[in-house]
Ligand binder design. Structure first.
Ligand SMILES: [Ca+2]
Length: 138
């Protein structure tokens, strides 16, 4: 083996490592998109909740476990983040308010049962959560 073939061999190995790292980064990005894991609770405070950018699945709880509560603002979204919200309990009915602040919905939507859900995507340029779909499942 000449010194040149040794260098070529090393370069080949480095390129293969780069491909593997790129593949891992793609997998990591896909995982972030899916954001698997059990939902965490977002408790409304003065009409506001804050999501974590690495999660997609959340319960929404009313402030001080009130029977009803309005949700006007969802903070913490990153461009393209998709979230699914559902009620933390059927005893609490949070209402997502259409265009009160940063939610652009097909009208207000009340999660009045734990089986109801709404799916939103964050659009950073508009600074809005756009409704993708809602499911009034019960
Ligand atoms: Ca319902």
């Amino acid at each position: 083996m000449t010194w040149w073939t040794v260098i070529e061999d090393m370069l080949g190995r480095m390129r293969e490592m780069e491909r593997r790292v790129a593949r891992l980064e793609t997998l990591e990005a896909a995982q972030q998109f899916i954001m698997a894991g059990e939902p965490t609770v977002l408790t409304i405070a003065a009409g506001v909740v804050t999501v974590t950018p690495t999660k997609s699945f959340f319960y929404v709880a009313t402030e001080a476990s009130a029977a009803t509560d309005d949700l006007d603002t969802i903070n913490g979204g990153v461009d393209g983040q998709i979230i699914v919200l559902h009620s933390a309990t059927s005893a609490e009915d949070p209402t997502l308010k259409d265009y009160s602040d940063n939610l652009a919905l097909a009208g207000d939507f009340t999660l009045d049962h734990i089986l109801d859900s709404i799916t939103l995507i964050y659009e950073d340029t508009l600074g809005k959560w756009l409704e993708i779909s809602r499911s009034d499942n019960y």
